[in-house]
Design a protein around this ligand. Sequence first.
Ligand code: MEV
Length: 318
Amino acid sequence: QASTEGAASGKVILFGEHAVVYGSPAIAAGLDRGARAVVTRQPSGPSTLRLGDGTVVADASSASDLGRAFSALLEVAPAIPPVHVEARCDLPPGGGLGSSAALAVSIARAAEALARSGETRPEEDAAIEARVLARAAAWERIFHGNPSGIDATAAAQGGIFRFTRAEGARPITPRHDLVLCVGSTGHPSSTRTTVELIASQHAKDPVLVKRSIDAITSIVGNAVLAIEAGDMRALGDLMNMNQLVLSGLFVSTSELEELCALARSAGALGAKLTGGGGGGCVIALVPPSFRSDGTRDEAREAESAARILDAWRGAESH
Ligand code: MEV
């Protein structure tokens, strides 16, 4: 095979971002949108990656984060031979929607497929997927410093799941589908910066930060129960509480707060930032509507979602 393809999804973190870095659980869900990569074998090095209008060379001492991340991904053992990668991402960069992890997983999947050229047995699939995650982790360390792995896990498997650093992902079965609106501040943010901000608060006052992490841990535990029980009102309240704790950790901004407030006044059951914060996106929970026979009324839910999106459109930042 001269060239192979890989795909991966974006994600939203429903609960527990940042606390997950310190070993607490978080809940994430995969998005339909994501990244796609085509990897072509090259006769000789160096490996190159084209993303949008730019091309970077895989180089461990590159001035570009992307060049270093690409190199780190290829160098995880067994190293990938020289390749050219054409990658595309349908998620806003720095939006908190997992664009970086989705790119990493799509490139790693395509590169693994190329390197093994269809010669693997099904029992090797788990080992290959573990290597894809290891390659994505090496990439994410360049961008994020200390990634928990939740973004790469969501990119690789999609669905809705609870995640901890120690135990990885455990799928959650929602009693009812969750309908969420995603709104962007329009300002990209750096997860590395907000993760480091909390790390420096933690270094100065570990007890205070631990209190917030403990609060988030109990919010996440209750959120799993609310999702499984289909208690959307409780889930919305828990989103608002999680947002409050995140703003106490200084990773919210006035724009994120405004988008959350607008969503709540437009009928959302709850709203919070998603991902690293400091900019990026918010998520808002759309109230479920049921017909008299108990089935979901999707048309009414779409109207409720449209009210939230309209409220965001009316705001200066959206
Ligand atoms: C970023 O999507 C989620 C954070 O918790 C960082 C991480 O888990 O690696 C902020």
